[in-house]
Design a protein around this ligand. Structure first.
Ligand code: FES
Length: 179
């Protein structure tokens, strides 16, 4: 009996043929496992390693290195707030403080009492132009303020935008000299 479904194991087995280097399949494979279970258990990582014919220690090393992989249960909706330099300079601290207060947690990784939310503080997500920003589940949200992060929480709490479509890239901000 495996912890991952046969359907997911099959998808993982097919992954290496899609990459020039079969080892490159490890991240999408872990992503599939995490999508199914909510977080990566030791058993799930062992099964991923087995299907990809990789060393289990290597797979675990990848899973523990990247903050987007979770080794413990998370909330149904996961907020990844960038707290790197550009976002920090433009108010990420205030955004994080409001998020914590809205979902009722004290630290990254803690799950809200209703099981709906958890958050992580992450390194640059490559959207510094729109700082401060975050990823919620699979969608990016830009130019955050304490009020806008509160709205994102409320939408998910009400079930309104639980699966928001990713926002399209926008034109760069005008520099002062261009304005
Ligand atoms: S510093 Fe936040 S997206 Fe780059």
């Amino acid at each position: 009996m495996t912890v991952l479904s046969e359907h997911i194991l099959e998808e993982i087995r097919d992954l290496p043929s899609k990459f020039p280097q079969p080892r490159s399949a490890v991240m999408p494979a872990l992503d599939l496992a995490q999508e199914e279970l909510g977080h990566l258990t030791p058993e799930a990582m062992t099964e991923v390693a087995h299907e990809l014919q990789l060393d289990p220690g290597y797979v675990e090393g990848v899973a523990t290195f990247y903050t987007l992989f979770h080794l413990a249960p998370t909330g149904k909706h996961r907020f990844y707030v960038c707290t790197n330099l550009s976002c920090m300079l433009r108010g990420a601290d205030d955004v994080v403080a409001r998020l914590k207060s809205e979902i009722g947690v004290h630290e990254p990784g803690e799950v809200s009492k209703d099981g709906l939310f958890s958050y992580e503080e992450v390194e640059c997500l490559g959207a510094c132009e729109y700082a401060p920003m975050c990823r919620v589940d699979h969608a990016y949200h830009y130019d955050l303020t304490p009020d806008s992060i509160a709205r994102l929480v409320a939408e998910r709490r009400n079930g309104g935008s639980a699966v928001a479509a990713p926002k399209k890239a926008r034109a760069p901000r005008k520099r002062k000299a261009d304005a």
